[in-house]
Design a protein around this ligand. Structure first.
Ligand code: ARG
Length: 275
């Protein structure tokens, strides 16, 4: 229901008002939560409620029908299945996800947002075992000869606000005293739009999202450079929610063991780098 509502919001402004009503109903106060057979407490009975920040394909983004799909969605669906409930996805700014405030406020049970495990975030969230390895990448419009950050002197580089990519670039600019103007965008779509319309000369985000963008926009954008930041994604639960964390980790381990993980990887990411 929520993913459908989200799509409508994406599609037209006209339905935004209706969506807001739907969204309010979705987190209705009368929900008293529920507990699964395995003893996992959930904020809403019958559902595993996921906070994410859209769009972030191939990890989570609405498909043509508006349903939110992707690598993370598929993995969290496995957790929901294990718990005997259905995943419901809430789209919310990344800041509230990574700061733990959404989970602490009981807005969702789990956060799944292509989110990198960092020491800072570990202070406020409990992360699952890593489920994906990522690096950062610098994207430019095709034909732009730039290959390094140094060559972007006097230029503008777009980043996604609150992300590890933003941190990485800001640190590089500072450490190397680079003459680069870093421009933050509120989400991936805005960042990619800025690159496409030349509001920025280059943009930094996680490599898989550029690969996905390039797949869907052949010839427009290319990856000029990669930065091996050694990042790993984790799902997050509210600090101390050991029962849910256990279920998530068990579900991930089972998926890795029985080939489901590889299947999901092949569907959403493509060929494995090391398989
Ligand atoms: N991996 C990066 C980070 O953790 C970017 C995540 C952005 N995710 C999203 N769903 N918008 O900072």
């Amino acid at each position: 229901m929520k993913s459908l509502g989200y799509s409508r919001r994406m599609a037209t402004l006209a339905t935004a008002a209706a969506l807001v009503v739907g969204g309010l109903a979705g987190c209705a106060k009368e929900d008293t939560g529920g507990t699964t057979e395995g003893g996992v407490a959930l904020i809403k009975a019958g559902a595993l409620t996921t906070c994410t920040h859209l769009p972030y394909a191939p990890f989570q983004a609405p498909d043509e029908t508006g349903k939110v799909v992707g690598f993370d969605v598929a993995l969290v669906d496995l957790v929901a299945k294990k718990l005997g409930v259905t995943q419901e996805i809430i789209d919310t700014p990344f800041e509230g996800i990574k700061s733990g405030s959404d989970l602490n406020a009981g807005k969702c049970d789990i956060a799944a947002a292509g989110m990198t495990i960092t020491d800072e975030r570990k202070q406020v969230l409990d992360f699952s075992d890593p489920y994906f390895d990522a690096t950062q990448a610098l994207a430019v419009l095709t034909g732009n000869q730039v290959k390094t950050l140094e060559e972007l002197a006097g230029k503008r580089v777009g980043v996604q606000g609150g992300t590890t990519g933003e941190d990485y670039i800001k640190t590089q600019v500072e450490q190397k005293s680079l003459d680069i103007e870093v421009v933050s965008y509120k989400d991936l779509a805005a960042q990619q739009q800025a690159l496409a319309t030349k509001q920025v000369d280059a943009a930094v985000n996680d490599l898989p999202v550029w690969n996905e963008y390039i797949k869907n926009n052949v010839g427009k954008v290319e990856v000029a450079a990669g930065f091996d930041t050694g990042e790993q994604y984790g799902f997050a639960v509210k600090k101390g929610n050991a029962e849910l964390l256990k279920a998530v980790n068990e579900s991930l381990a089972a998926a890795r063991a029985d080939g489901t993980y590889d299947q999901i990887y092949a569907t959403w990411i493509g060929a494995k780098p090391t398989a």
